[in-house]
Design a protein around this ligand. Sequence first.
Ligand code: SAM
Length: 234
Amino acid sequence: MSGQVSASPPEGYVSRTARRIHKARDIVGYSLLRAAARLFGFKPRHRAKDRRLLDEEILPRLAENDRYARVLFVGCDWYTEHVSDLFESRGREYATLEIDPARARHGARRHIVGSLADLERSFPAGSLDLIVCNGVIGWGLNEPVQIERSIEACARALSEGGVLLLGWDDVPEKLPIPIEEIHALEALRPTTPAGLGEPVIKTHTYTNHTFGFFVKSGAQTVARTSRSGRGSDR
Ligand SMILES: C[S@@+](CC[C@H](N)C(=O)[O-])C[C@H]1O[C@@H](n2cnc3c(N)ncnc32)[C@H](O)[C@@H]1O
């Protein structure tokens, strides 16, 4: 019938209940994996599609780029421990920051217990070339005011040409505000780091996990009136 609105969900849509079931299955599966790792002495890896993309493609490309010499990784857990080797083996200055003191054991040799919003206490303006902030928004960093303060702090801490890699679950229950509505991101602009195809990478997982790259570029920011422009720091 013409004019009728379709009630069927869009292609690729995963219901909230299905996402919860996926999550519960992951929790049980990874608990068993970690128990086995402790028993047999190996380092477990998270094998989710978005995690593999991050670990096997995005982070290696960033680590091999000499432009990113001073690196901060935000938010630590058992599956992020191996990231320090990736950067430190290439001589990068690598640090981690995590708000939960109990997770310091997963951090790097230089580890800061604290909130991303207070980044300036540890990293003065312009002192970082790369900030990786994956799965933090919506996973503890939930208040819009804190999100703004945190992204502002990242923009301040980045050097000219420095990049912020944001990763977020693009589902309502994990996105306190839409990423494009974070005002502090206006100080940065979308970019495509060398070897990575797009400024925004959607992984089409059950949480629609998405990665976005944002570069600090003073000249561009002053000249810019909207955030529609795309750049590249190849
Ligand atoms: C889901 S884990 C993500 C870990 C890791 N970044 C990754 O790539 O998956 C979220 C982590 O961010 C930490 N976190 C939440 N809010 C934070 C904040 N404001 N500052 C620093 N860490 C924060 C949490 O304690 C938690 O360990």
